[in-house]
Design a protein around this ligand. Structure first.
Ligand code: 9MR
Length: 384
């Protein structure tokens, strides 16, 4: 992801300002919310899978495992299906960590979202260095990619519900320059193999596992804007050309620095109306916190804003019948990617660093318990 420098500087200043009184207050559970319905059971009433990203560290910890098993009905490997982890040495695949997660999912009757086939990040050094020094030329690169897609999709064939086939290929709204098609010309794969490579990867993945549902996945496409419009136009073209794109993954990494994405529900709906499934694939809501260790929001207003954003994400998903999965990007704040990437920010998930449920957990639970019964019909009847 591209980080805004302004936000990083702003965060550092706020943290230096000291710890507010609110930071010391423990999370409280409202009396009316002390019930035991898990998110996965509540989601099941709508045909909605509730998922989480899982890391090997999480999978080793018994308390963590228990939460993942009890609360979630789908899982995504946070990093273990990415190319650098799967093939750190050319020709030598390291399936172990990903296989372990797939096994765990089977034991716990969970579906697996495969993440990710084509992405410019977390590529193995042998690949990027080979391209940079010219020892891997264009034709060979294309063949390496094709082989990788076949290897990976075939290895997991039958075990993957959704594949994030292409990840983060479009230009962001805040980037300036002449980006006619909306597909970023400078990201690794398009830079070296041209924009048509995106469609090829969908075709290869479909050949290797015709039953997996194939997704385009991205961040900052939640709101109606240039990026989501460009993606929408591109997807329409691809569908007309018979490219097997079957879903759109809205990552949904939100921050209290920005407003809630404008038109989120309508935006999901327009993609759904093209005949696509919708997934919220990496939901988290970060804010300014006291420290990376304790991750207490700096003010009650920020905490409130986070809760409000969580409510709106799950409500928007429920309101779109084609929204079949809602995945949060990790379990506890302690293992979230956020503090490492955004100085001064955190508290982005539903469990705190002690694996206690946070107020935002109860917000999501409450929406699932009280949402309009009309959302309970029809969902998931299609491809899942
Ligand atoms: O959560 C992942 C983190 O552990 C990795 O260090 C990071 C490296 O690129 O990737 C994070 O996951 C990303 C996901 O794969 C794609 N969308 C953005 C996520 C957060 O950066």
């Amino acid at each position: 992801m591209v980080l805004g420098t302004a936000s990083v500087v702003g965060a550092a200043t706020l943290v230096l300002g000291g710890v507010p009184a609110y930071a010391a207050a423990p999370h409280s559970t409202p009396a009316s919310h002390q019930h035991d319905d898990s998110l996965r059971d509540l989601g099941a009433e709508y045909g909605l899978r509730i998922g989480t990203a899982v890391s090997p560290a999480g999978l080793q910890d018994p308390e963590y495992r228990e939460i993942i098993a009890e609360e979630f009905s789908s899982v995504t490997a946070e990093n273990e299906m990415k190319w650098e982890t799967l093939e750190p040495v050319r020709g030598e695949y390291n399936w172990g960590p990903a296989d372990e997660l797939v096994e765990f999912a089977k034991e716990n009757h969970q579906l697996v979202r495969g993440h990710v086939l084509l992405w410019q990040n977390q590529l193995p050094a042998w690949l990027t260095e080979g391209v940079a020094d010219g020892t891997i030329g264009t034709e060979e690169l294309r063949e390496i990619l094709r082989q990788h897609v076949y290897n990976v999709v075939s290895h997991f064939k039958g075990d993957i519900w959704h594949w994030d086939v292409v990840n983060e290929a479009f230009v962001d709204d805040w980037e300036t320059g002449d980006f006619e098609s909306g597909i970023h010309p400078e990201r690794f794969w398009v830079q070296h193999l041209g924009p048509e490579i995106l469609a090829d990867v969908f075709r290869w993945a479909h050949d290797a596992d015709p039953k997996a549902v194939l997704f385009y996945n991205d961040y900052a496409i939640e709101h109606m804007g240039q990026k989501s419009d460009a993606l929408y136009a591109w997807v329409q073209e691809q569908l007309a050309a018979g490219v097997p794109i079957e879903g759109i993954g809205f990552q949904t990494h939100l921050s209290t620095e920005y407003g809630f994405p404008g038109g989120f529900q309508e935006n999901m709906q327009r993609f759904a109306d093209l005949g696509l499934d919708i997934a919220l694939t990496e939901v988290d809501v970060r804010t300014f916190v006291d420290s990376p260790e304790t991750q207490e929001p700096l003010t009650p207003a920020l905490q409130q804003q986070q809760e409000d954003y969580w409510r709106q994400t799950i409500e928007a998903c429920l309101a779109v019948r084609e929204c079949v999965s809602y995945t949060v990007w990790g379990v506890s704040d302690e293992q979230s990617w956020v503090p490492g990437w955004f100085t001064g920010m955190g508290s982005a998930l539903l469990w705190d660093e002690n694996l206690e449920r946070k107020p935002q957990y109860y917000v999501v639970q409450d929406v699932l318990e009280t949402a309009d019964a009309k959302h309970r019909t029809g969902r998931g009847a299609g491809r899942n």
